[in-house]
Design a protein around this ligand. Structure first.
Ligand code: HEC
Length: 126
């Protein structure tokens, strides 16, 4: 037992530094695994996709669409996963939900264009 205590005393600093290093490594590890890309965030790649449908769409508009989506479509239920609904389902849901969320036509178009472009981008693996 006394040999054990002597060992601890001799290597105290090494042991402390070692355990701190392990804790730091574990924290860094969990950080990198929880930091997932947000699939809702508009990407530059969404702009040319949106422009094939709505020629003048800008990145700023898609970002506005995203922020409106996260405010207006988040009241009664969580933000719906964009990729859960198809190209043909989205227009129907938007009509129904646009009324529920009391969107004006500008807000409606910003959200609709953002959702459709992001959906297509996700489907293309972007
Ligand atoms: C006033 C409350 C309310 C607001 C605001 C709202 N929703 Fe909904 N949403 C609902 C309810 C209730 C349902 C349940 C299905 C129904 O109405 O048929 C639903 C269902 C949905 C569904 C289909 C869920 C499913 O799989 O059955 C989608 C997609 C959706 N909402 C998208 C949106 C979007 C996009 C917006 C923003 C423009 C929005 N919602 C805003 C109440 C709301």
């Amino acid at each position: 037992m006394s040999r054990f205590i002597a060992f601890i005393k001799k290597y105290k600093t090494t042991l402390i530094i070692g355990s701190v290093a392990i804790m730091v490594a574990q924290c860094a590890g969990t950080k990198s695994t929880t930091k997932k890309a947000d699939p809702f965030l508009p990407q530059e790649a969404d702009v040319p996709i949106a422009q094939t449908h709505w020629q003048r769409t800008t990145f700023a508009q898609l970002q506005q669409g995203y922020s409106l989506y996260s405010v207006k479509c988040n009241d009664c239920h969580d933000m719906k996963n964009i990729q859960d609904y198809s190209l043909t389902e989205w227009p129907d849901w938007m009509k129904k939900m646009g009324r529920k969320a009391k969107l004006d036509s500008t807000q409606y178009n910003l959200i609709y264009h953002y959702v459709m472009a992001r959906r297509e981008a996700i489907a293309m693996g972007k």
